[in-house]
Design a protein around this ligand. Sequence first.
Ligand code: IVH
Length: 680
Amino acid sequence: MAEIPRDARDRHDELSRILRDARYRYDVLSAPPMPDAEYDALFRELEELEAAHPALITPASPTQTVGSPPDTAFPPFEHLQPMLSLDNAFSCEELEAWAGRVVRGLGEQPRLTCELKIDGVAINLVYRRGVLATAATRGNGTVGENVTAQVLTIEDVPYRLDVDDPPEVLEVRGEVYYPLDAFEAMNEARIEAGEAAFMNPRNAASGALRQKDPEVTRTRPLAVWCHGLGTVEGTTFSRHSEVLAWLREAGLPTDPETAVVAGIDEVWAFVERWTAARHDVAYEIDGVVVKVDDLAQRDELGFTARAPRWAIAYKMPPVEQATTLRAIEVNIGRTGKATPYAVLEPVHVSGTTITYATLHNEIQVHAKDVRVGDTVMVRRAGDVIPEVVGPVRSERPADAEPWSMPDDCPFCGQPLVRPEGEAHHFCENVDCPNRLLESLSHLASRGALDIEGLGEQTVELLVREGLVGDLADVFRLHEHREALLALDKWGEKRVDNLLAGIDAGRQQPLDRVLVALNIRHLGPTYAKTLVRAFPDLQAIRDADVETLESIDGIGPKIAASVHSWFSTPRNAELVDELIALGITTASPGGADGDGEGDATLLEGWTVVVTGTLEGFTRDEATAALEQRGAKVTGSVSGRTSLVVAGENPGSKRDKADELGVPVADEAAFRHLLAHGELRS
Ligand code: IVH
């Protein structure tokens, strides 16, 4: 036998140890120490090392084994038929190579099924005479953990199969997953409460399923997709597609996004379609599973030690990556809110390079326990903004210190304060230079006075040149036409356009003026509510907290914030100046529709917002819907009541058409917000 070089043997030992540990943390602790893509790369390296030195292969190698030893906290359960894993393909060429092996093995081109690869937790459901006898995790593939009590809390899983003559024994294989809406809602609530968010829906599902107390599992809205069978006694099937149809009929959930295809070209078309549309389903997928459909052909092909030869998993590009947290810096927003953000070693995730990611506030930084120098996991899924999900603790440098909010504002040096009951720190200095830049940009933004030609860079230039020192100065720029013309590369046209844009901004209705003032917690919906309740700006300024609170839809937090803002002498002065400069001060007379602010107006509606809307940011559109009782979700499904589509809506709109879900443009959306119904 050929001598194995020392370094190959050492690397084999090292890789085996790392992979075994990663599997244990993934399977048992529900907290993997590295992104899936890194695990896959190390696994690939181990496979290549073994291919070069076959003597390194032992039955205990991670390439020959599945999962992890079952956790003794749960009763062991021996699967009737082993639960194996799948081999992976990362490119079209690797898929073709697999298909080539299949065709050579069978001597003909078989029919194939394409399914979505659900990023969840593998489950084995054993039905005896149609009744759920045991549910178990995969464990080491032979013995899993008995989680029957936990699985019985999952609404999707029937206790009794809906068939007339149930088979003696039926092992149903599937994937438990955490639906994305529920996952996002849970994580938002955790962030709000200062708790660490779950890394991803898979880990949340794994954690929820592995609760010792099934009553805790019951509070988590887990779901299941079934995708195959193990042992079957008392009936026979001849094709996988027939199995899926039978399972569906029997009341077991099967993913509808499945196709039977004739060859690898169609497989690749399915892969490409779903790689583009991966965020259009309400659960997380990480690939496509391709299987030989004919069960007799499957028997001919057989298995390797850890995976069937009749199936392959194509892995999509990852939505999570690891990178280094270089620094934590603080931005001061337009209301003075201090927001820490991560400065990252640039990392490519899901088609974009991520260098910055918000860390929300100091409580979140502590809850996540991310420290400068840490290797951190970064995630970007669909429309969700990039997020630092947590540190890889095993790689923490010895000198990494916990982070705390600096005492003083990094822009003006004034103390940062955290008001009683607030999660955020604030810079209270109304003249803080960064706060000024942010408030000016906000004043000019679409949801506020929508001033064309006054983007972020122009704002910076005007402030730098001393032409604008506060919000009122914007409306004095007409007096500085000459100075504007003297600015580098500014021609007459640009100056006139800007001044015309400012004049148009002056005419914007009062609710937008209120939004432009940068009052904490006062977004467009609440601004409209205020405008409807008062005849003009003066009346809003004069209102005491009780009067503000008595308005339907205005809570104590907003009432206090509005009152405190107008009572601050510096703000009062600014409003006086703005009035003198001709901004709108009168309410239009409540002509904006009756339903505004009604917290139940859209109860029962599930809405997806996609594309760019003129008058709303995505957050504002979401808030406007939620304030009326609607549920806002990220993906279009059969349960979606409406898709609001702005400019460049992308695939979600197509999905709506495909499923027959109504689509509203911005005008129809405004009508819905005002009246609680789509225009007839
Ligand atoms: S079929 C012999 N179909 O992915 C194993 N598995 O990475 C046959 N998975 O162990 C598995 N979606 O837990 C199959 N549509 C699907 C799947 C799927 C997710 C999981 C499954 C498997 C793992 C392999």
